[in-house]
Design a protein around this ligand. Structure first.
Ligand code: ZN
Length: 223
C-alpha cells in the first residue's frame, strides 16, 4: 500500500475513461512530473506494506520497517491520518482529495492489502495457471468485474456520477486503478462499516458473493 505523495500531482494526471491514472500531462510543472514518477515506480520501499505472489498460489506480505518500526511508526500514523482528510477551499470546493478513506486510521493500512489479497484469492479460484493469474492481477480483471457489478447495483437506485467521481468518493488512491479501488473499499468498509461510501459497501458485498459462488454474477469462469 502506497504512502500518500507529499506533492499533489493529481491535478495534472491523465486518466482513461473509467478514471484510472495513466500518465502526467506534458505541461505539468517539473515538480509534479518528478513526484508522479517517484510515486508510480514500483519500489517496495515506498509502501507501508508490500504484497507479492509467492509459490503455490500463496502470497507474501512484507512490512516496511521504515513505517512500522519503533523509529517511524508515530510519524507514519500521523501522516496517514493527515492523508484521510480532504482539503477544502472556503467556498467548499475541493483543493485536495483525501488520499485514503475518511474515517480510517493507520491500522487500516493492513486492510488495504487484505483487499488485494481477497482479489488475488478470487483470481486463484478462477484459474490455476500462474501466468494467467499474473495477467488477471495486472489487468485488475476480478476487481474490474466487482466494480462493474457494484456500479450496476448502485445505478438501480438513481443516476450515478462519472467513474472518476464515484471512485473518488472513496479516496484519491482508489482512482489509481480498479485493484486500488477494491483495496481502498476494503479500508473504507472495515473502518466505517455501514457508514462507508455506498460503492465500498457494494464492492465488498459483491466480492463476498463471488467468493461464496452465489449465482447472479457472471464471473466468466472457464475452468
Ligand atoms: Zn494497493
Amino acid at each position: 500500500m502506497k504512502v500518500a505523495p507529499e506533492y499533489d500531482f493529481f491535478k495534472w494526471v491523465i486518466r482513461n475513461d473509467i478514471g484510472d491514472v495513466t500518465g502526467i500531462a506534458d505541461d505539468a510543472p517539473d515538480d509534479a512530473k518528478k513526484a508522479f514518477d517517484e510515486f508510480m515506480r514500483d519500489d517496495p520501499l515506498d509502501e507501508y506494506l508490500y504484497l507479492e505472489p509467492a509459490e503455490d498460489g500463496r502470497f507474501a506480505v512484507t512490512l516496511n520497517e521504515k513505517y512500522f518500526g519503533k523509529e517511524g511508526a508515530a510519524d507514519a500514523a500521523a501522516k496517514y491520518l493527515e492523508s484521510t482528510r480532504k482539503v477544502l477551499a472556503p467556498d467548499g470546493s475541493v483543493i485536495r482529495y483525501n488520499f485514503h478513506p475518511e474515517g480510517s486510521m493507520f491500522e487500516h493500512v493492513v486492510c488495504h492489502d487484505l483487499g488485494h489479497m481477497t482479489e488475488w484469492m478470487l483470481v486463484n479460484m478462477r484459474c490455476s495457471d500462474p501466468a494467467d493469474r499474473a495477467v488477471m492481477r495486472r489487468l485488475c480483471t476480478v476487481a474490474g468485474q466487482i466494480y462493474g457489478e457494484a456500479k450496476k447495483e448502485l445505478s438501480e437506485s438513481g443516476e450515478l456520477p462519472s467513474d472518476l467521481e464515484l471512485r473518488r468518493g472513496i479516496s484519491e488512491c482508489a482512482t489509481l486503478n480498479l485493484s486500488e479501488t477494491f483495496a481502498e473499499a476494503m479500508v473504507d468498509y472495515t473502518a466505517n462499516g455501514e457508514k462507508a461510501n455506498a460503492l465500498s459497501i457494494k464492492m465488498i458485498g459483491v466480492a463476498r458473493r463471488i467468493y461464496r459462488g452465489e449465482p447472479g454474477i457472471d464471473t466468466g469462469n472457464t475452468e
